[in-house]
Design a protein around this ligand. Structure first.
Ligand code: GLV
Ligand code: MN
Ligand code: MN
Length: 451
């Protein structure tokens, strides 16, 4: 095995800088990539709508795949539409170190969620090429497909598939607002859901994964910090509730004789807020983000209301307890109002605890580069959360202006992404050097540090 001297981070071991510390990501290139991706799926109503398994998402993958090929990386699309590119390492048998994020968006979302991490990864590969630096491990860029749960309820479809967390049944169960299943949407973009199992990663092929992402909250901005190192990533329980009452004339039906599905749903919306703000569930977030009223007419009492509840927490017990309490009390409210309540769990994803050793290496990198940072948890879901089931994963957050995300106003400056990409570059090199220096089990019986 070659020593760390050969992979550019050797001088860092004693805490001093390296020549590579001065390799700066190019904000112009970053802006141009962001702009090009934002042009795929630009929504005339504002923001971008590049939904999971849409033609626009595929276009963005083709674009990024093209850039990676131009950089000399071998690039493929896997069975579920993830784009995976590899920059060869010195040791062809070494497992890969990955980086990347996703390219889809929520309806009328922003241009940075997911895209920032993909663009940063491409820029890092470009810098390594420019300086002719070979790493010990192969480096891989992954643009995951269908991360946003906004379309099907199911989040992180591409990364769940690689981690073995997505079943064929999920692909025919979850449907979008038009009744299209995940499997149908995949077929619509030329993918074959029957090949789902082929997308699964073998843990032995992956040494680590680092995802850069926009923070989507305002902690970094408020504290004037450039970078967040993520310790916990929230899980989510998503439910589709259907309140069924009786549609009736809005003028002739006395108030006491109604079974109004919308007032029942409204009471449950407020219940969700009350339960999540109860001190017993402190830290939980519960959101009703989608509500469909039938017949949606001024002069008819609503007969049916379908609405979603999204419960998120970094504590899996509390997440599921909150969801269960909401359902139980929601049923009581409905029964009192003479309304039936059906509950369907759309998706249930566990929170993740990201490994300390990677965060420790990344905090050393921030200190060495003089980048102000803090450790923080993620309220959103991320691909790294799923990848962590198959390869140790880390996350780097860069600031979000005003903390806004999932809206057209979402913003992170190219300079802030470049700062994050600078840390990402050195995080990858540090991990590469660290793992290359670890004695292999059986080679050095004294060296037992956990690989
Ligand atoms: C992904 O953006 C999520 O909804 O957490
Ligand atoms: Mn995202
Ligand atoms: Mn998102």
């Amino acid at each position: 095995m070659t020593g760390a001297e050969d992979h550019g981070e050797s001088a860092a071991k004693d805490g001093t800088g390296t020549e590579a510390d001065d390799w700066r990501p190019d904000t112009g290139r970053i802006s141009a990539m962001l702009e090009a991706i934002a042009a795929t799926g630009r929504d005339p109503r504002g923001g971008v709508s590049r939904l999971a398994y849409s033609a626009e998402e595929r276009k963005a993958h083709d674009l990024v795949g093209g850039w990676l090929r131009e950089l000399g990386l071998s690039c493929r699309q896997d069975a579920v539409g993830n784009t995976i590119a590899e920059r060869a390492g010195e040791n062809p048998r070494a497992p890969g170190i990955g980086t990347g994020s996703h390219l889809d968006s929520v309806p009328r979302g922003g241009r940075f969620d997911g895209v920032a991490g993909v663009v940063a990864a491409v820029e890092v590969m470009r810098i390594l090429n420019e300086h002719g630096l070979r790493t010990h491990h192969p480096l891989r860029v992954v643009a995951f497909a269908a991360e946003e749960g906004a379309r099907f309820g199911e989040p992180c479809i591409g990364s769940k598939a690689v981690a073995g967390l997505l079943e064929a049944a999920d692909c025919v169960r979850a449907r979008d607002l038009d009744g299209v299943t995940i499997a149908e949407a995949m077929r619509g973009t030329g993918l074959d859901p029957e090949r789902l199992a082929e997308a699964r990663w073998n843990a032995e092929d992956w040494a680590a994964f680092v995802e850069l992402h926009v923070e989507q909250a305002n902690v970094l901005e408020t504290e004037d910090l450039a970078l967040g190192l993520v310790d916990l990533v929230s899980g989510s329980t998503r439910m589709l509730l259907t309140a069924r009452g009786q549609a009736q004339h809005s003028g002739s039906t006395p108030m006491a004789l109604r079974a109004d599905a919308l007032t029942t749903a409204a009471a449950i919306v407020l219940l969700a807020e009350a339960v999540a703000t109860d001190p017993r569930h402190r830290g939980t977030r519960a959101t009703v983000g989608r509500l469909e009223v039938e017949p949606n007419s001024i002069t008819t009492i609503p007969g049916t209301v379908r609405f979603t509840v999204d419960v998120r927490d970094v504590d899996s017990d509390r997440q599921r307890r909150t969801a269960a309490e909401l359902v139980e009390r929601g049923r009581q409210i409905s029964a009192r109002r003479g309304v039936e309540l059906d509950v369907e769990v759309m998706a249930d994803s566990s929170p993740a605890v990201l490994p300390m050793w990677l965060r420790q290496l990344n905090s050393e990198v921030c200190q060495r580069l003089g980048v102000p940072y803090r450790v923080m948890s993620s309220g959103a879901s991320h691909d790294a959360q799923m990848v962590n089931r198959v390869a140790p994963a880390a996350m780097l957050f860069v600031p979000s202006k005003g903390g806004l995300s999932h809206v057209p106003e979402e913003w992170t400056s190219a300079a802030d992404i470049a700062e994050g990409a600078h840390v990402l570059l050195h995080a990858l090199l540090r991990i590469d050097g660290f793992l290359a220096d670890l004695p292999l089990p059986g080679v050095d019986p004294e060296g037992s540090l956990g690989r």
